[in-house]
Design a protein around this ligand. Sequence first.
Ligand SMILES: Nc1ncnc2c1ncn2[C@@H]1O[C@H](COP(=O)(O)OP(=O)(O)O)[C@@H](O)[C@H]1O
Ligand SMILES: [Mg+2]
Length: 224
Amino acid sequence: MPNLRGVFVTGTDTGVGKTVVSAALMHRYRGEAPLRYWKPIQTGIEDGDDTSTIRWLGACAEEEIFDRGERLPLPLSPHLSARAAGRSIAVADLARLPSSQEGKHGWVVEGAGGILVPISDTAMMSDLMRQLGLSVIVAARSTLGTINHTLLTIEALRRRGIELAGAVLVGEPDPDNRAAIERFGSVAVLGEMPWFASLDPAALGAWARGCLDAAGLLRRFFRD
Ligand SMILES: Nc1ncnc2c1ncn2[C@@H]1O[C@H](COP(=O)(O)OP(=O)(O)O)[C@@H](O)[C@H]1O
Ligand SMILES: [Mg+2]
């Protein structure tokens, strides 16, 4: 069973900012530990892939990228995208891939969709999280509706015994939503990422180094 160092970035939904939060984590922590980004399951590969986005947005060196795993054409839930490709995703095989990597990297692993997305007929994204043994960061919208979605995600993680490392809210900061998530979710909000008019590596890097996890709560996940 892999016992990786690092975090698993999930979200309350697809399109909430998991990739952008993952890129921000690369900027924030690469000065403290060698990091490696991994997207184990990429659907809709023909419309673009998060690994390429991270190479650019995270200003990543090639050794910071682990480009292995399920690469599926249709932009559907992983179990449906795999089925359409005539494949079936085996969670245990996927979870073993990082063990081929020498060295002590801090992993930034990005899920697909949210935690209860099926990845086969018998497994969900939460099973992959558990098998990788990583603590989880929840990317969530900052705006109306986020309290419910974020608390539901946190509750589902806790029910499954998955460690929660924190949440990052993406979009126009909303102090009341942040406070409600922290209070009812008993979770640290590690950052409130503004909506960038022009999202690029320099702007994201500056925000990440100055404002993401300023207290360094994630440090223990990335290094000894
Ligand atoms: N803080 C932000 N500022 C500007 N654009 C953003 C921001 N966060 C996310 N986006 C954009 O929103 C879309 C969805 O974000 P993404 O990180 O790809 O979501 P996910 O990985 O959860 O599907 C992308 O086009 C991304 O560039
Ligand atoms: Mg993504």
